[in-house]
Structure formats: C-alpha cells, structure tokens
Design a protein around this ligand. Sequence first.
Ligand code: ADP
Ligand code: MG
Length: 215
Amino acid sequence: MRRLRLALSKGRILAETGPLLARVGAAPREDPARSRRLILPTARRDLELVLVRAADVPTYVAHGAAELGVAGRDVLAEHGGAGLYQPVDLGIARCRMMVAVRRGFDYAAAVRQGARLRVATKYVQSAREHFSAKGVHVDLIRLYGSMELAPLLGLADAIVDLVSTGRTLAANDLVPVEEVMPVSARLVVNQAALKTRRAALQPLVEAFARAAATS
Ligand code: ADP
Ligand code: MG
C-alpha cells in the first residue's frame, strides 16, 4: 500500500508544524522552505508531506488524495468539514477571527440601529453565520486577500479577518470590535481512510496528539 500523505501549507502552518513532525519522527528529508518539490519524503518511511495552498488542505483530505492534513479552524469552517475527522487541536497557528471597522465607525450604533452592514471578507461562511446568529443583516462581499483595504476605499463598513497582534489592522486605521471565533490549526483525517487504514493511522494520530500536548 502507498505511503500515508499529510497535506499542509507552506508558511506559518508548516513552520509551526515542523517541531510536531520532528516529535512524531516525521521530519522532512529536505528543507520544505527551500525545496521546490511539492511531495517531500520524511524520516518515516510510511509518511510523506504534500504542500498545498492552505484553503486546499480540506479538499485534498476529504477526497482521500491525502489521508491527513493540518488546517486552521478558519479554513475548516469555510470548507464545512464533510468527510473529515478533526481528532486533534494542535494548538498552533493561533489567532482570532475578528470583525474590524475603520477607527471612528460606531459599530455598536450601526448594529443597534439595524442598519444593513457591508462586510468584506474571505471568510464568507463564517461571517454569514456570525451575523445571522446576532440578527444583523449584512451584504457580504467576497475578497481573496488584503481585506484591510475595503473599509478604507469605501467598499465595506466592516471586514472579517484573522488577527494576531493587531498591527496590520492598526497600520491601516482599523480596530477590532468583535470576535467571530478563536482559531488554531487542527489535524484532520479522511473519514474513510481512518476505517480502511486504521492500523497505520490511529497510532500516528495518537502520536500527534501527544506531541501537541507536550509542546
Ligand atoms: P494564506 O495566506 O495562504 O492563507 P497563511 O500562512 O497566511 O496562508 O495562513 C495559513 C493559516 O495560518 C490560516 O488559515 C490560519 O489558520 C493561520 N493564520 C493566518 N494568519 C495568522 C496569524 N496572523 N496568526 C496566526 N495564525 C494565522
Ligand atoms: Mg496570509
């Protein structure tokens, strides 16, 4: 049977998953930050890494093209999670999904008055659920990045974006006003594979859980 595959994205997720991979004996055999290869062998003969865009991780794993993946709760909320188990919160890549507005915009008053808010975001599903639970009417505007620009250019009244230090918001004259959800990265597993390849997958999932708990 072919090796197990773990899908993850370059950048923050890869950097913070690195120490966990080392702890489960699956350090990549080449430096993924420098290699141009998208499939990387690891120190474990039964596991290879596949490098994909962050938002694509749930898709690869749900279709079984990779048995495992590491994805942020933000990405999983947008995907919906069908076909995936999320057995381990790895506690890495922590940040918060927040509503933010331009400094001086009275968000509380706008919500109180029942005004229709224009909200720009890449997180359309999470934003829709958040505002619908609050009973706030919104027009959602889907963007793919640089959400901070939208309020400055008059495209939107508010954005929903990830915030860690808040420096990017502050640099663009924005303030966070409400949390949508706390975010961290989870280990995800293809549901069918967890049944058909349980003997190989279950110990690996447990190893990741232990590695995450002791970090
Ligand atoms: P991309 O720009 O392709 O979405 P990132 O590396 O910026 O890739 O983000 C990948 C994941 O890292 C996100 O889905 C989220 O879970 C997490 N993340 C994003 N921004 C932050 C942040 N500021 N602090 C901590 N984690 C973050
Ligand atoms: Mg980014």
